[in-house]
Design a protein around this ligand. Structure first.
Ligand code: PA5
Length: 450
């Protein structure tokens, strides 16, 4: 059963119903192309069936490793970048205590998950090492290619740190590698060193990999229920891969709405959350849609804000800046916890009119009021709602976004499964670093930087 809902009433003043309905036949065709593997990038469609393929053996193996890590470590370092870490981080941060980093272990006795290899900051690495000097830790290196610079540097450093701290034998037991089945530098190293490994399937790209061990292992180590997460994804798969109308298929509705707005002169989609714990879900969504759609000089630009925090900064732009935006609000109906606003006798701040109300009731009216204010300011909105945040609803949401992204890429007529544009910075970086084979570019670029 699914309980994710897409509401597009906020498009009323901007796009008419006929325009939305007109997407139906095209979306049915694209749904078929994805399922029959006849569209662009059809060698990267393994993610579609992942919810059916995560079998009991894989789940048990991951849960065993998660228990092992929890016994051996207070801190679990996930090394990866882009699709090799954002999905896990999005789910873990959505589920864990907002202040988990302040706790010595997570409040449920699980290791705290921290991230490395997602930047090349020397200060970040030095700060992490300072903590790891003092605490027991284990690590997972995730890289499908096995050659990505950022995680490779972090792994070089932390592998040595781990070996110096525990000795080679024990360090080996504290490292799990997630990489290609048979090729790449990381695979070769993992075999040579005898690390436990998991596979990123050939036909699953990084940003579509959260339902493989890439996402499942870190989420399980953090103590969350990966069976429920996969079950939620499976329920959503059954719906979005079969339903054939905009009313019945939430992915059709979302894709039709966002593409209608794009064609109506709104090329920027701002993903809005009202819970700080969802910030990394927005980061993952930004990667999924940005890397999938932004090519051939086309694509909706995915941006993100956290309200009400950003209503006091970006809110001004959204209300009155360039009218190129639409909003998609990820709306959570029920919080997990319960705190009310206290009554104060002198009512110095004038807030006694909300005394006794839950904070979430205030947040809800902030959300509803903002939606109307932004519509009045020329910013249409789509609402994606979930009854609450848990593993099952997040599984639904992840699959919903993935399928929507693939459909939307096809509507834009791009290949949503490649990322040729990310090579440009890498080539320049390697040339400037003097990598053998790049001599000509090294000279040219250094000249340009003079
Ligand atoms: O979605 C993607 O394909 C990318 O974000 C990759 O996941 C990212 O570049 C990391 O690649 P790799 O897993 O090969 O280290």
């Amino acid at each position: 059963m699914t309980n994710l809902n897409v509401d597009i009433r906020g498009l009323k003043n901007f796009v008419d119903e006929k325009t939305i309905a007109a997407f139906t036949s095209e979306l049915v065709l694209h749904q078929g192309s994805l399922l029959n593997k006849t569209g662009k990038g059809n060698d990267f469609l393994g993610w579609i069936t992942l919810p059916d393929e995560v079998d009991a053996n894989l789940i048990e193996s991951i849960e065993n490793d998660a228990r092992y890590v929890a016994r051996a470590a207070d801190i679990y370092v996930v090394i990866g970048i882009g699709g090799s870490y954002l999905g896990a981080r999005a789910i873990i941060e959505a589920l864990q205590n907002n202040f988990a980093p302040l706790l010595s272990r997570d409040h449920r006795g699980k290791p705290l998950v921290v991230y490395a290899g997602n930047n090349i900051s020397e200060d970040y690495m030095a700060d992490l090492i300072k903590i790891l000097d003092q605490r027991d830790y284990a690590l997972t290196i995730i890289s499908k290619s096995g050659t990505t610079t950022e995680p490779a540097i972090a792994f070089r450093i932390l592998r040595k740190h781990l070996e110096d701290k525990y000795g080679k034998e024990e360090a080996r037991r504290r490292i799990i590698a997630i990489t290609d089945q048979s090729k790449g530098a990381l695979k070769r190293l993992a075999v040579a060193e005898g690390y436990k490994t998991y596979v990123v399937p050939d036909d699953v790209g990084g940003r579509y990999s959260v339902l493989t061990p890439v996402g499942l292992l870190p989420i399980a180590v953090a103590g969350f229920d990966i069976r429920q997460f996969v079950a939620g994804a499976k329920a959503m798969k059954e719906l979005v891969t079969t339903a054939k109308t905009i009313d019945d298929n939430p992915a059709f509705k979302y894709v039709a709405a966002r593409n209608a707005l794009y064609r109506a002169g709104k090329p920027v989609e701002v993903m809005v959350n009202y819970q700080p714990s969802l910030t990394y879900l927005t980061e993952w969504w930004k990667q999924l849609f940005g890397e999938s759609e932004g090519k051939e000089n086309k694509g909706i630009f995915p941006a993100g804000v956290s309200f009400t925090t950003d209503l006091h900064s970006m809110g001004q732009y959204v209300q009155e800046g360039l009218r190129i935006l639409f909003e998609t609000v990820l709306s959570i109906e029920q919080p997990q916890k319960n705190i009310t606003v206290p009554l104060e006798e002198d009512d110095a701040d004038g807030l006694n009119f909300i005394a006794g109300k839950r904070i979430s009731a205030v947040n809800r009216e902030a959300e509803r009021g903002t939606l109307l204010a932004h519509i009045d300011g020329g910013v249409p909105n789509i609402i994606i709602s979930l009854p609450e945040i848990n593993e099952y609803t997040l599984g639904q949401l992840v699959y919903f976004y993935e399928f929507s992204c693939a459909l939307s890429g096809y509507v834009l007529d791009v290949n949503p499964f490649d990322q040729p544009g990310v090579e440009a910075y890498k080539k320049n970086m390697f040339a400037l670093l003097g990598k053998p084979g790049f001599e000509k570019q090294t000279e040219e670029l250094r000249e340009r930087l003079k």
